[in-house]
Design a protein around this ligand. Sequence first.
Ligand code: ADP
Ligand code: MG
Length: 567
Amino acid sequence: VSSVETLEFQAETRQLLRLVIHSIYSNKDIFLRELISNASDALDKLRLESLTDSSLAGIDTDDLHIALEVDADARTLTVRDNGVGMSRDDLVDLIGTIAKSGTAGLLEKIKESQDAATAENLIGQFGVGFYSAFMVADRVTVLTRRVGTESGTRWESDGEGTYELQAVDGLPVGTSVTLHLKPADSEDGLADYLSGSKIRQIVKQYSDFIRWPIRMAPEQAAAEGESAPEPETLNSMKALWARPRAEVAEEEYNEFYQQISHDWLAPAETIHMRAEGAFEYEALLFIPAQAPFDLFSRESRRGVQLYVKRVFIMDDCEALMPDYLRFVKGVVDAHDLSLNVSREILQHDRQIHGVRRRLVKKVLGALKDMQAKDTERYAKVWGEFGRALKEGLIEDTDNTKALLELVSAASTHDPEEPTTLRAYVERMKDGQDAIYYLTGETRAMVENSPHMEALTAKGYEVLILTDPVDEVWVDRVPDFDGHRLQSIAKGQVDLDGEADGDEAGDAEKAKREEEFAGLLPWLTDALSAHVKQVRLSSRLTTSAACIVGEAHDVTPTLEKMYRAMGQ
Ligand code: ADP
Ligand code: MG
């Protein structure tokens, strides 16, 4: 027998495990979804490797499946797969450490969170994966052998601080995860996970669309002389996206979404489409109801899953979704791609570009419909993803028009309700040709800015933009519906110019300029370290002076943002 090594979990893993064990999660049933999802991924990987790696061409992939086994006497539940398996180093890297970015920050937030619901919500966005096993088990044993290697490994832990590793001979390729179950405790949300009917219910609810059979051995052992009864397949395995839309219930869409996203909320929107013709594909996309915690982290997952004729190819296929729509989840099943297709090839494939264009249009169209039909739901979605969508105004000039229609911004028109640009334009005063805005850190700062005075006096509405990204997109967008976007803090806001030809006004201006002819150069000189020029203004009504940026200057908020990004 080979020796047992004891290793320590990485510090973040330990913290996460502690949170999981002390069960901030009220829905404990999802541990099975997580383990089945890992098993399913492992089967996908084996199938793909056997199709694309010639050294594995000989391996038998006819009976890839997931088996659930209950041992009532030992109080264990085992999830077994004959997928790719893990090597010793895989176990250390994949199970012993968390590679997800933003983990430390997330753990901090969870610790600070005041109530269980907030904590649960945060952890839900993060996804605990394999570790969720420790919600229901006080000990977990993994036996695994990586395909193409000779020897296997046994991993075991009580989830406290350390785990054991041991080399084991004679294991089949694949992985089994055995949970030594805690006693059922309804108060703690711990069901009897030895019960066949409970297992059946969880699989139906969370894993019905897994594309590999999930089998359970019959509870009754074979009577003497009879052949062993057939194991029961618990899931339907239907590829939901391949079914006609009319035949899929909303419930089914929602459950599918929850399976692929590991979210526990229903999606805010479902988009199901089929493209026929030269390049055939099916797409089933979802707009989540809530943003993941790492939406703005550089390493956040982006893109949808890519299948080729029902064969899973890759997660996070960036080529199918632009960055700013990284929150969209779902599946694209393309019929005419090679199974060997790489990320690199996809990035340069003309047809994939076409698919992407079409998907983007669909998603933006769905948002537009929601905005028109369900204002409240749209407001929530904008609250979650508006910042990401505004990045689209910078990145995706092909869709500027559609994106501008989606923008929702605070405005002086109504302190409670944000406005669309369309509604702003409809309220514009006679003679007003620009859409006025002011950026700043907070609504109060913007409202109290001296720049507001002249606009308020004229009764013009001003958009109040307080998101740092606002500075960037307003600069890139030439106009909305023929009306330019004009900062009231930059350049010459020529409010009087709109009443052009007003000779009395011009004369008045000339006279004032003469009056201050001595003062202005003197002030400019005296303040030269701080300002470029001092000039007369018609913008102010009660304040004596205000600072104005050049038309193409970087604004203070943007300056701060660039500095924060280290530029
Ligand atoms: P995720 O699935 O989101 O990557 P998990 O915590 O669920 O996170 O799993 C971590 C990693 O461990 C997986 O990415 C996979 O590489 C590996 N793993 C887990 N279970 C299995 C399994 N049954 N077979 C092969 N690898 C597995
Ligand atoms: Mg997983």
